[in-house]
Design a protein around this ligand. Structure first.
Ligand code: NDP
Length: 447
């Protein structure tokens, strides 16, 4: 329930206009509720209509993508790029290729990205894009032709100082390579217009690992500050087995945790001996296979089809797959089994009611906007290296990532304390990001 008339009015107007955009409304509701203490403390935000301006993207681009499959059949998909807020830097955020993609999903991701990027302390605005293209079962040639067709429209809207896309679900190194090649062909320019590029053509070391590693750095720092604890001997359960999940599993194990379960959209694997990450990488990254194959080579492991991984007891839960993955039922199971920390690697994987349950039960809750900001932070570092025409070592980038993630925890807790929110990492993160973006908007006048 809103306490301020201003947040209530803005949300109700948005709800009346966009009632079908449920994911977007969910993301906006969470942010507006948590920035109310700032709205109450200073009338300048209402006077400058900051909320109205923040919930409306600067620009929404949607387009048709037409390509030819291996059978010679013409195929069409929808493409999107929503440039949400450019007050503190070029629009920045990933591209998601997944059949579930629609304007509401792109909007919720773009809205969250604005706040996440502000938290990194770098000069990055927020945006997001993607398509309902499903790369599963497609040949490399089909993926390439789709990416080229997608870029045939996107290229005119992006640029190293305008809008810099990256990967997300369904967009990894292969897709970024095809997209970048087509951008270069169309513009005859070699610039840092995409991040997550291959190391041989302008990519940054540690970008692939950044979101998963950053998630664990953030989680470790939050645990250190809030419970004087760490990953040592903790049982860790992770949903997903893509880019974020795999490198979260790698760093969690390096920090002393034992990862016992991971999943994909078909089901999960539980390995009481600890997940063999080399095997997961082989199945998911090299063969682009299904996680079910894991049990062929691991005698004590089990595969459970069509179930969520959250029924496995753990100390640390890292949702790294997709939105609304942990609802009330899953939260009850996790709490009953003694979970101590829930840290979001995916965007908005926990529903608002589940978050409330974690808060009431004293579980440390690490919100996505802050905890998974490591990916975009290293994308920002990739842009800096591209501008300077230099390449930093893995250790240099990793050291900067660790500092950024620790700073986000520190900044969120300091802000939470300033507004009497106790140890609310989510409230602290939302408010400090809001202040940074809103103050830049006000300083730049009405636009
Ligand atoms: P990937 O495509 O590499 O992996 C996604 C994983 O999640 C796969 O295991 C996939 O299973 C699973 N998954 C996807 N959709 C669903 C679904 N509807 N139900 C169940 N499982 C699903 O994506 P990323 O690892 O890059 O992204 C994962 C999450 O992290 C997303 O929320 C993304 O927005 C977020 N994120 C990513 C960043 C990055 O740098 N890549 C940065 C910040 C956030 P399957 O293979 O069966 O489809």
């Amino acid at each position: 329930m809103f306490k301020t008339k201003y947040a209530k009015r803005v949300f109700e107007a948005l709800e009346a206009r966009l009632s079908h955009e449920t994911e977007f409304l969910q993301a906006v509701h969470e942010v507006l509720l948590s920035v109310e203490p700032v709205l109450e403390s200073d009338p300048k935000y209402e006077k400058n209509a900051i909320l109205e301006r923040m919930v409306d993207p600067d620009r929404q681009i949607s387009f048709r993508v037409t390509w030819v499959d291996d059978a010679g059949q013409v195929q069409t998909n929808r493409g999107y790029r929503f440039e949400f807020n450019g007050a503190i830097g070029p629009y920045k955020g990933g591209l998601r290729f997944h059949p579930s993609v629609n304007p509401s999903i792109i909007k919720f991701l773009g809205f969250e990205q604005v706040f996440k990027n502000a938290l990194t302390g770098l000069w990055l605005g927020g945006g997001k894009g993607g398509s309902d293209f499903d790369s599963r079962g497609k040949s490399d040639g089909e993926v390439m032709r789709f990416c080229q067709a997608f870029m045939n429209e996107l290229y005119r809207h992006i640029g190293a100082n305008t809008d810099v896309p990256a990967g997300d679900i369904g967009v990894g190194g292969r897709e970024i390579g095809f997209l970048y090649g087509q951008y270069r062909k169309l513009t005859n320019e070699f610039t840092g217009v995409l991040t997550g590029k291959g190391l041989g053509y302008g990519g940054s070391l540690a970008r692939t690992e950044a979101t998963g590693y950053g998630l664990c750095y953030y989680t470790a720092e939050a645990m250190r500050q809030l419970s004087n604890d760490d990953f040592t001997d903790k049982t860790v359960v992770i949903s997903g087995s893509g880019n974020v999940a795999i490198f979260a599993a790698e760093k969690a194990a390096e920090l002393g945790g034992k990862v016992v379960a991971m999943s994909d959209s078909g089901g999960y694997v539980y390995d009481p001996d600890g997940i063999h990450l080399g095997l997961i990488k082989e199945i998911k990254l090299e063969k682009r296979g299904r996680i079910l194959e894991y049990i062929k080579n691991r005698k004590n492991a089990q595969y459970v089809a069509d179930k969520k991984v959250w029924e496995i007891p753990c100390d640390i839960a890292l949702p790294c797959a997709t939105q609304n993955d942990i609802g009330v039922d899953e939260a009850h199971k996790l709490i009953k089994n003694g979970v101590k920390v829930v840290a979001e690697g995916a965007n908005m994987p926990t529903t608002p009611k589940a978050i409330d349950l974690f808060r009431e039960s004293g579980v440390i809750f690490c919100p996505a906007k802050a905890a998974n900001a490591g990916g975009v932070a290293v994308s920002g570092l990739e842009m800096a290296q591209n501008s300077m025409r230099v390449a930093w070592s893995f250790d240099e980038v990793d050291a900067k990532l660790q500092i950024i993630m620790k700073n986000i925890v520190e900044q969120s807790l300091t802000t939470a304390a300033k507004y009497n929110l106790g140890n609310d990492l989510a409230g602290g993160a939302n408010i400090s990001a809001f202040e940074r973006v809103a103050d830049a908007m006000i300083a730049q006048g009405v636009s």
